[in-house]
Design a protein around this ligand. Structure first.
Ligand code: NAD
Length: 457
């Protein structure tokens, strides 16, 4: 049997080996999911909700071991791993609360002997191919509403978050979700590709743009519902009237939390020239104050780089920025192993010729660019192929609203960043993806609307 090795990125040590799926076992899982789905869809809503409530309770009961496992396999600081598991709870609450209103039959017309109605029926068997950086969030955003709405789910956690994926599946089963209705598919990209070869009614992917495009190409001839939640190059603008200290503290956190490995990490900062130098001073002070080190230490804020290959991306962006004249204020290099470590890095005097300001860094590295006007800031914020999130820091709400209305992004922030709400849709423009999760739309997305035209005899 093919074994998948799990490496702790903070130590470089192999911590586990788990059996990986092959094409035959994946085909068998897809068949059993297909056979089990109709019965699950016919299970009363209350029973489906009760199982998800038990799953929620198990997350609370097992918080410490779950957080520790996540830290061991992705190198995330333990405090942030706890935050992530805890952060799934309000999302589950929202899905449960909004399930009935989101999928109840809609009686939209009655007259002249005609009755018109919309019902929301489950898609059927859906695949969730997931990223490693927030496995509870990106998995939970799909698995929970997909199950609640009556789908069977073939869940492929990232090969970098396999143990967490297995925990999620185990807890779902302990909570009463039938084993065939939620199945983990274990492995790397090859397992993902084998999963896509099955008969599926929906594909929900979270990961990089490159893989997302590959998946879209694979699925195109099959006309299967496809959602892609991809990367970003998320900008923030600090306006001349902003509270400079508060903005610097907020953006340092937004750029470095989760070691910069968030889809909605702040990746570019534009600062009005009138407060640029003061902002940079506060920002760098905040960044060098973040404790880097053992992810299990309660006071650690910056952990390991999960994928060793990302170190090359960071090195290349640093070299490119330096070659083109950027000014390095801190970091700019790997830290000695074992494990994958990168010093938090801040550049000023950057511009859009630099990779650092154009391509996702996905690490603790940031460029700060001086601008002369709101116009210039908006133009630069929109000068990107991505469009996940964008923010403005200012004391003036009307101006913030006016600027944010002109920015091409799925989520926009006033005086905040790196924030996700279960009540709001999570989606990207451009190369940040298609489709959405969260909000009531992110429940309905796991159903298809059926139109009923009923004429009384
Ligand atoms: P990735 O694209 O390398 O992998 C994602 C998943 O795809 C993994 O499970 C992987 O095994 C699988 N995969 C790889 N090749 C495949 C193939 N050919 N066919 C099918 N599946 C395949 O991404 P990653 O490194 O896990 O995640 C980081 C990326 O995810 C970043 O770009 C980040 O911005 C993005 N992300 C986006 C969001 C969002 O909500 N928009 C959230 C989290 C992460």
């Amino acid at each position: 049997m093919n074994m998948l090795q799990i490496t702790n990125p903070a130590t470089g040590k192999i911590i586990h080996e788990v059996p990986a799926d092959d094409a035959a076992s994946i085909a068998m899982k897809a068949d059993t999911a297909r056979a089990a789905q109709p019965r699950w869809a016919a299970t009363p809503l209350d029973e489906r909700v009760a199982a998800i409530r038990r799953f929620r309770a198990l997350l609370v009961d097992e918080l410490e071991p779950l957080a520790t496992t996540l830290t061991r396999e992705v190198g995330k600081p333990l405090v942030q791993s706890r935050n992530e598991v805890n952060g799934l709870l309000p999302r589950i609450d929202f899905f449960i609360e909004q399930l009935h209103p989101a999928i109840a039959d809609e009686h939209v017309f009655h007259g002249g002997g005609m009755h018109e109605q919309i019902s929301h029926i489950p898609l059927g068997v859906v695949a969730n191919i997931s990223a490693w950086n927030y496995p509870y969030f990106v998995g939970g955003n799909v698995i929970v509403p997909a199950l609640l709405t009556g789908n069977a789910v073939l869940y492929k956690p990232s090969e970098y978050a396999t143990l967490t994926g297995l925990h999620i599946a185990r807890l779902m089963h302990e909570a009463g979700i039938p084993k065939d209705v939620l199945q983990a598919v274990i492995g790397g990209g090859d397992a993902g590709a084998a999963l896509l070869a099955q008969r599926l009614d929906g594909v929900f992917f979270t990961g990089s743009h490159a893989t997302g495009v590959r998946i879209a190409q694979t699925m195109a001839p099959r006309l299967t519902k496809l959602q892609l939640e991809l990367g970003g190059k998320d900008p923030s603008y600090v306006r001349a009237d902003a509270d400079v200290q508060a903005a610097a503290a907020s953006l340092a956190d937004g750029a470095m939390y989760n070691t910069g490995q968030s889809c909605c990490s702040v990746e570019r900062i534009y600062v009005h020239e009138s407060l640029h130098d003061a902002f940079v001073e506060h920002f760098v002070a905040a960044v060098v104050g973040f404790k880097l080190g053992d992810p299990h230490d309660e006071s650690t804020y910056i952990g390991a780089i999960t994928r060793a290959a990302q170190l090359d991306v960071l090195d290349a962006q640093v070299a490119d920025a330096q070659a083109k004249g950027a000014r390095l204020l801190c970091g700019g290099h790997r830290l000695p192993g074992p494990g994958n470590w990168y010093a938090p890095t801040v550049f000023t005097r950057v511009d859009h010729t630099m990779e650092l300001m154009r391509e996702e860094s996905f690490g603790p590295i940031i460029g700060i660019q001086k601008v002369r006007s709101d116009e210039e800031a908006v133009t630069l914020m929109n000068d990107t192929r991505y469009g996940l999130t964008a923010g403005v820091y200012t004391r003036d709400e009307a101006t913030a609203r006016e600027l944010l209305a002109r920015v091409n992004a799925g989520s926009v922030y006033w005086n905040c960043c790196d924030r996700v709400s279960p009540r709001l849709p999570w989606s990207g423009h451009g190369d940040s993806g298609i489709g959405l999760t969260l909000s009531t739309h992110g429940i309905q997305t796991f159903t298809r609307p059926k139109a009923w035209h009923l004429r009384q005899p």
